[in-house]
Design a protein around this ligand. Structure first.
Ligand code: UD1
Ligand code: UDP
Length: 361
């Protein structure tokens, strides 16, 4: 069985690391790895291949950054060539980036079946590029691997036949269980940054709806500066956000009180997450990881796809609002919550095994 896997952006390297490990250990499975090049800085790409032991891509398309249309179009062309050349049994795509949509669209037009990992997530906000990528990818996929029952229900409501929907659990939960101990043993980032466990807030900001709207960006960074009056705020800054803040001459105003660092590898990120007092983020993956490590999360968005984290009382949505962000962290300082075990919500850590079994003829 020949599988072409399409990856290109940071969270996809982490998800694919979990599935590829199982896939490559299974008899008769031949994985051909395609990196679109959507993310390309060493700390946004190479670091994950090295530390998560992801095999070197068989094809690196080197697409890089561009507008949505240009980037997706170039990916389509490159992926189509690979699929024509290799004639796989399946094309496997992850998540909701432009690399996901390009992979799914290239395959389906060539009548190659598509398997989508992390299918069925919805924010119901069609202004998010990720929402468009998910809805379209799910519509053309033959196998839809969902992380939660809520995601499966979204697909049913959209008319996806039941036989295509497979509730497998969350592959990022698999990854968190697999790498947690390694992160504890092999990283020294807390010592390097002079941090004490449970006495700092970890922050990430990269979502287009926040970075590309000057008002939202100002609210978020004003809020983070206020949080930094209570405890250190560690911010591994996504290049998208760094370019925008630097480009607008806002570095001093927005970042001066924060413990600013470059993006870190997955193991260092896990170490930072696990020991944080709280996490504030607009990332999908980081919201979930906060939940996995039982660290309270304050989400810088108006809605979330990971509704279980909110229902469990582990995550609160504050939008882009300096007062709500600062008050949420202050409330956590005054009343630290007892958080639930993530286990039942996102599977038992065998999502990757279920996926590979389902793909196996
Ligand atoms: C992309 C995904 C988003 C995902 C995120 C994960 C889409 C539409 N968005 O957003 O869903 O949450 O990845 O991190 O697919 N840049 C660099 N170096 C890099 C990569 C990016 O400098 O290695 C900068 C460039 O200025 C680029 C900008 O970041 O224009 C945005 O990159 P892009 O891949 O287009 O989108 P992300 O914001 O990273
Ligand atoms: N991550 C990382 N280093 C960082 C920031 C994030 O390894 O500096 C990891 C994080 O632990 C999670 C994933 O990247 O596993 C989330 O990716 P991101 O926030 O870029 O995208 P999203 O999940 O929002 O699509």
């Amino acid at each position: 069985m020949k599988i072409v896997t399409i990856i290109g952006a940071r969270p996809q390297f982490i998800k694919a690391a979990a599935v590829s490990r199982v896939l490559r250990a299974s008899d008769g499975m031949d994985e051909i790895l395609v990196h679109t090049g959507q993310h390309y800085d060493a700390n946004m790409s190479d670091v994950f291949f090295d530390e998560l032991e992801i095999p070197r891509p068989d094809y690196h398309l080197g697409i890089g950054s561009a507008s949505h249309g240009a980037q997706t179009g170039r990916m389509l062309e490159g992926i189509e060539q690979v699929v024509l050349e290799r004639q796989p049994d399946w094309v496997l795509v992850y998540g909701d980036t432009n690399s996901t949509l390009a992979g799914a669209l290239a395959a389906v037009k060539l009548h190659i079946p598509v398997a989508h990992v992390e299918a069925g997530l919805r924010s119901f906000n069609r202004r998010m590029p990720e929402e468009i990528n998910r809805v379209l990818t799910d519509q053309v996929s033959d196998l839809l691997f969902t992380p939660t029952e809520v995601a499966s229900a979204h697909l049913r409501r959209e008319g996806i036949p039941e036989a295509r929907i497979h509730l497998v659990g969350d592959v990022m939960y698999d990854a968190s269980l697999f790498y947690r101990e390694k992160a504890r043993q092999q990283t020294h980032i807390l010592a390097r940054l002079g941090l004490t466990p449970q006495s700092y807030v970890l922050a990430t900001v990269h979502r287009a709806e926040n970075t590309d709207d000057p008002h939202r960006l100002r609210e978020i960074f004003t809020g983070l500066q206020r949080v930094a009056e209570h405890m250190p705020v560690v911010l591994p800054l996504h290049p998208r956000t760094r370019h925008i803040i630097e480009g607008q001459g806002l570095t001093e105003q927005y970042l001066s009180r924060l413990t600013l660092i470059d993006p870190v590898g997955y193991l260092e990120m896990v170490a930072l997450e696990e020991s944080a007092f709280a996490i504030t983020t607009d990332s999908g993956g980081v919201q979930k990881e906060a939940f996995f490590y039982r660290v309270p999360c304050v989400t810088l968005r108006d809605e979330t796809e990971w509704v279980e984290t909110v229902e469990a009382g582990a995550n609160q949505l504050v939008g882009a609002d300096a007062d709500r962000l600062a008050h949420a962290i202050e409330r956590l300082i005054d009343h630290p919550p007892a958080l639930p075990d993530p286990g039942p919500y996102y599977g038992e850590g065998h999502a990757s095994t279920h996926i590979v079994h389902t793909l196996t003829p």
